[in-house]
Design a protein around this ligand. Structure first.
Ligand code: MIG
Length: 783
């Protein structure tokens, strides 16, 4: 390939510069308020401003006419009734809610958004909102020297995206993911800016191909789309956590997953027969390695036809599934969107006869080549198609399956463009529009169809969905794995900022293929990766056809023992993790977070890529390079206790810590507590005992957290069947006071009390439980 040689930079190849002329929205000619929306008629179009809440304002520019305000694929809630003070001055307008102030100048239209204390959040300079004759829309915003940028969904590279230009166009990328590999499978056109400890967000709700440019200019950034409206929301912050709450108020929050989905998953492309599957599961049982889920990749199907099982490789799927279930293991099956063109295949017949497939405007079905050969693609932009697709899943639920894995839903097609023809015309519930506009929501809508269908058919049980492609709001339907990574140490390293930025983008349940998908893994990499996996929200080991098998026992007893320890540790930490998943479902706050989320005042955390937090008090600092047993760990202010040695390290600086292969550095903040269970066995994963580990702090430290528990698999929590314990730890000179401040919900767990263990109790300190001094054994009794 000439393109892979220096020919690619041949001087004669340099293209002529494109002539790019942006037309500014221009001067305000008329101002009008209608149904709580402020409309600014301008020379070259119209801008609508609408408050969603006190701290969320939406700005929509349409160069053709009145902005459409009801066509979002991501935002469900309606605007609240926000009290806005309006003020029209000679030079412009002021709109003010309790949290946001908007200054608008009218010649030309320029917008500045400030927070309630007068800090500028988003400002326009010489350039503001504009468009091109080809339909592109763009917003230029001023960039300050102190700005750091996060979010943007699923991106390779580092945590802070300043200095980068990013693209959103859902793409199947098998080629090795590099720092420059962009775009990938998910499009989340959203980011958070952190500036001097204060954060705000922008959600650019546009489904076309979009670009975010924090690179080309030093004092200005821009976001742009190939078409559609310039439609964006400014989120006031002021803390990173506030921004997350605001963003997920708009785009929704993850429903609490079934507990089993938070456990360990084993996958392979593919376990090819029922015997092989049984054998793999049996190994886990025999070796006492925890396993909640085994995945069936494409080989389970009959000729890659979705909603079928191969009769020879998987002759009695119900039997297999129920037997595995008795061993404590569930099956998740892959489902791709492509439906094989086969006149004798029921799903295809039905799709054609009922007109469910994507078509060209002329009426011909679009066919693309994927695994099954020529295939048609359901038009998920239609409600009736989503319902039909959802119903097909009774094929799986009838056999005892509760989880589905959506792959190739960018959609990926084997051709030059890697996807569907952008001229395909989606019917889109009566507002026909091309694939060019809706490409980025195809996977989201497939996920919605699948999740909602599964939910109906599971009669009260929680479904689990794993999806590769998505758009803003994907968290409402599924968890996301980061696609086809490789067994490189660099990919282990890159997975940390990637998962953290996904968390900052509202998607809390994500993780990479542990061990690496393509390429041969090696024992040390797999071991280190499994240690990290035990603490990433989604934990699945998966590998590709043609490469080494990488189940935890594949490389001998030494490595197996360490992986067993860490996979079991996942279950020891389950009460803590499950409480954090619950919190994420309520607030949008991610389970796995960058340190900047908890320490936004500490600049040292702003681009910390090789450490992360679980909740607000635990720092994980994994080893991410080969033959390494020491690493630097940055600990923010406070004192931090090593989980494995009990050693106390002072924060506000970096430390050199030691960790043999059998160990991964974990630190718990003094003055806080964590909740732990016990690993029982694959047959019985519910810990009968819970322990609250208290790490006393300085006199005067107080820490409050909520422990959450429920049945782990139904929606009964929606009607009160849960247990929430509000626990407070107060550290004092001579006492450590552990208090149950509040208990909510009527779920009765298997245990009736929680053991309390104090780590690092001083000789002069006594322990009080609910105000009563206790001796050696401490217990919190559940009412
Ligand atoms: O490109 O179904 O990312 O996890 O094993 C192959 C086979 C299609 C891509 C997914 C990968 C999966 C594989 N799929």
């Amino acid at each position: 390939m000439l393109e892979d040689t220096s020919f690619a930079i041949h001087p004669g190849k340099e293209k002529q510069k494109d002539v790019v002329v942006y037309r500014d929205i221009g001067d305000v000619t008329q101002y009008e308020k209608k149904d709580h929306v402020y409309f600014f008629h301008c020379e070259n179009g119209m801008v609508a401003i609408q408050f969603y809440t006190d701290s969320i304002v939406r700005v929509t520019m349409n160069q053709h006419g009145r902005p459409a305000l009801d066509q979002s694929y991501a935002v469900d809630p309606k605007p609240e009734a926000v009290k806005v003070m309006e003020n029209a001055e000679a030079a412009g307008y002021e709109l003010k809610s309790s949290a946001l102030t908007l200054h608008i100048t009218s010649r030309p239209f320029r917008l500045t958004v400030l927070d309630q204390s007068g800090h500028t959040l988003v400002a326009e300079g010489e350039r503001g909102m504009a468009y091109r004759e080809n339909g592109e829309v763009i917003a230029f915003k001023q960039m300050e020297a102190a700005d750091y940028f996060y979010g943007f969904g699923e991106k390779s590279g580092h945590l802070n995206k300043r200095g980068e230009k990013l693209e959103m166009w859902n793409t199947d990328v098998y080629a090795p993911h590099n720092p420059e590999t962009d775009p990938l499978y998910e499009s989340i056109p959203y980011f958070m800016t952190l500036r001097n400890g204060r954060a705000h967000g922008i959600f650019f709700d546009n489904t076309y191909r979009t670009f975010f440019d924090m690179k080309s200019e030093t004092d200005q950034y821009s976001f742009q789309a190939e078409g559609g409206q310039l439609d964006y929301y400014v989120l006031a912050g002021p803390k990173p956590k506030d921004v997350l709450k605001q963003y997920t108020h708009l785009t929704g929050r993850m429903p609490i997953p079934p507990k089993w989905a938070i456990g360990y998953h084993q996958s392979r492309y593919s376990y090819e027969t029922a015997e092989e599957v049984r054998e793999v599961v049996q190994h886990f049982i025999d070796k006492d390695i925890p396993l909640d889920v085994i995945h069936l990749d494409i080989h389970y199907m009959d000729g890659y036809r979705v909603f079928t099982f191969d009769k020879e490789r998987f002759p009695e799927p119900e039997k297999l599934i129920s037997e595995l279930r008795e061993q404590g293991v569930r099956v998740v099956t892959i489902v791709d969107p492509g439906v094989k063109r086969d006149a004798e295949y029921a799903t295809y017949q039905e799709g054609v006869q009922s007109d469910y497939f994507c078509k060209y405007v002329e009426g011909d079905i679009y066919f693309g080549e994927v695994w099954p050969g020529m295939s048609a693609f359901p038009d998920f932009t239609e409600e009736k198609v989503r319902e039909w697709w959802g119903k097909q899943h009774s094929f799986y639920t009838d056999k005892g399956i509760e989880g589905i894995w959506n792959d190739m839903n960018e959609p990926a097609v084997f051709n030059e463009t890697k996807t569907m023809d952008v001229e395909v015309m989606h019917r889109n519930d009566g507002r026909p529009t091309t694939h060019r506009e809706l490409h980025n929501v195809y996977g989201l809508l497939m996920g919605k169809a699948t999740y909602e269908g599964m939910k109906k058919q599971l009669h009260g049980k929680r479904p689990f969905l794993l999806t590769r492609a998505g758009y803003a709001g994907v968290q409402k339907y599924g968890s996301v794995w980061t696609g086809d990574n490789r067994s490189f140490w660099e990919h282990l390293q890159m997975s940390l900022p990637m998962v953290m930025n996904l968390g900052l983008s509202g998607v809390p349940f994500t993780g990479p293929d542990v061990g690496g998908f393509a390429h041969d893994t090696n024992p040390e990499l797999l071991t280190r990766w499994t240690q990290v996996g035990a603490f990433t929200p989604y934990f699945r080991n998966h590998s590709a056809i043609g490469f080494l098998y990488q189940e935890p026992w594949q490389f001998g007893e030494k490595y197996e023992a360490i992986m067993r320890k860490y996979i079991q540790m996942r279950y020891v930490w389950m009460p803590q993790l499950y409480s954090l998943f619950h919190k994420a479902s309520k607030t949008g706050l991610p389970v796995m977070r960058p340190l900047l989320m908890e320490f936004p005042e500490d600049e040292k955390t702003y681009n910390l890529n090789d450490q992360f937090m679980i909740g607000d008090n635990v720092i994980i600092a994994p080893i991410l390079t080969p033959s390494t047993t020491d690493r630097a760990v940055y600990l923010p202010k406070g004192n931090w206790v090593s989980y494995s040695t009990g050693e106390v390290l002072t924060g506000g600086k970096a430390h050199l810590v030691h960790a043999e292969l059998a160990d991964m550095p974990i630190f718990i903040k003094q003055g806080t507590a964590i909740m732990q269970g016990k690993w029982q066995s694959n047959l019985d994963k519910l810990a009968a005992e819970q322990t609250l580990y208290v790490y006393p702090g300085q006199a005067g430290d107080k820490y409050r957290f909520t422990f959450y528990e429920d049945d782990g698999e139904t929606f009964a929590y929606e009607t009160g069947s849960y247990l929430e314990l509000e626990i407070e730890i107060a550290s004092m000179e001579d006492t450590i006071d552990v208090r149950l401040i509040d208990q909510r919900g009527d779920f009765k767990p298997a245990y009736s009390e929680i053991k309390v263990e104090v780590i690092g109790q001083k000789a002069e300190q006594k322990v009080m439980i609910n105000g009563v001094l206790t001796d050696s054994v401490h217990r919190l009794t559940i009412a």
